[in-house]
Write a protein that binds this ligand. Structure first.
Ligand code: ADP
Ligand code: MG
Length: 373
């Protein structure tokens, strides 16, 4: 473990700067990014910080206070699958930016603070995005934030070999305080949508079930394939423009999957309309409907996520849903601020009664995107 180490102690020099990038929570719009749908993530206050210094050779040294190992080698040796472990998220960004023709050299990099790892809050994108900003500043790259997103996605898809659509990276780089980011995955267009629950006497609570189901990867591929098959059967490029009436032409095995996608995209649009109208307290039923659709039609929930949402509602939540890919990870609940504490206690005791591992529960506050410190 590198815990407790300092940049100076590890690399025998001072960093040139520090860069922070936040994790994210997806408010609504789940499992629709691969169907050219809409999603609505926001950046959270928890963030990853990298300290970095440029080098004038091609050597890259990477360490983290949160994980063992790291990387010490030439940028020339980086590519698909190499390096294999967590350092691929960071050095993969350097590799992708260099592959895109930008003048990137080596660097020394220490990850000091971190979004909680593997909790569904996107620590992976936070690591990529904080690194991408460091690289941009240290090598004077003339790149807007939009242009950094594909490099971060390439690092995760190709170097690490993990499937990711791009929502996490867009949220971490583009989100602003007091807003959610409406992301149209058909063309990558984004818009800031006002979302500041505290200002309305509300709290958005994240319940990490601490369940990490390993079958998630195969299931993700299967859902994605079903959605693509449904679009092809309808003769459409994606389900983005499909209507419920169109879906009647589908085989019964594809229908529920496609119905989730079509109804979820509509729920995102309705949520955005309510937020634009200054009515965040009215989005609860849409969160509930999203969960039901993910649980019943899409079958990506699990007992712990269902319990988290049900217990939150019993304790007065206005709405609750699983967030992220499913099969574990986190749920979110929107609740009146004065009821939040009692709700957390109720969810915690419901988990204990059911014999589940104690959940980790925190408030998520819509916060700023990546920035230099
Ligand atoms: P999530 O993005 O939801 O946290 P992922 O499985 O996508 O979950 O990414 C978590 C992985 O990202 C970790 O297992 C680790 O490999 C890497 N990672 C994230 N943050 C750090 C960090 N601060 N230091 C080292 N590795 C990290
Ligand atoms: Mg991730």
């Amino acid at each position: 473990m590198t815990a407790g180490a300092s940049f100076q102690g590890l690399f025998d020099r001072e960093p040139d700067g520090r860069w922070a990038a936040p994790g994210r929570v997806n408010l609504i719009g789940e499992h629709v990014d691969y169907a050219q749908g809409l999603c609505l993530p926001f950046a959270i206050a928890e963030h990853t910080v990298v300290e970095a210094a440029a080098r004038d050779d091609d050597r890259v040294r990477i360490r983290s206070l949160a994980e063992d190992g790291g990387f010490d080698g030439s940028l020339d040796g980086v590519g698909p699958g190499a390096p294999g472990a967590w350092a691929g998220y960071a050095v993969g960004v350097l590799w992708a930016l260099r592959a895109a023709g930008h003048p990137v050299r080596g660097m020394d990099l220490l990850v000091t603070d971190s979004v909680p790892l593997g909790a569904g809050l996107s620590s992976s994108a936070a690591l990529e995005c904080s690194t991408a900003l460091a690289v941009t500043d240290l090598f004077g790259l003339r790149l807007g934030r939009d242009a950094l997103i594909p490099a971060c996605i390439r690092a995760e898809n190709e170097v690490v070999g993990a499937a990711t659509g791009g929502m996490d990276q867009a949220a971490s780089l583009l989100a602003t305080t007091g807003h959610a980011l409406l992301l149209d995955t058909r063309d990558g267009a984004t818009r800031q949508v006002p979302f500041a629950p505290a200002g309305e006497g509300l709290a958005l609570i994240v319940i990490d079930t601490r369940v990490r189901h390993h079958l998630a990867d195969g299931q993700y591929g299967a859902r994605r394939a079903a959605v693509e098959k449904a679009a092809a059967a309808l003769g459409m490029p994606s389900l983005r423009d499909a209507t419920l009436a169109d879906l009647e032409r589908l085989d019964p095995d594809l229908l529920p999957r496609a119905r989730h996608v079509v109804t979820e995209i509509a729920r995102v649009a309705e949520t955005v309309a309510l937020l634009d109208a200054g009515r965040p307290g009215d989005i609860g039923p849409l969160l509930d409907a999203s969960h039901a659709s993910l649980a019943v039609d899409y079958e990506v929930s699990c007992a712990e996520l269902d319990l988290a949402c049900a217990a939150a509602r019993e304790a007065g939540a206005l709405g609750a849903r699983m967030t992220g890919g499913g099969f574990g990870g986190s749920a979110i609940a929107l609740v009146a601020a004065e009821r939040a504490e009692a709700m957390v206690a109720h969810v915690t005791s419901a988990f204990a009664k059911a014999g589940h591992t104690a959940p980790e529960i925190r408030e998520a506050v819509p916060s700023a995107g990546a920035h230099r410190l």
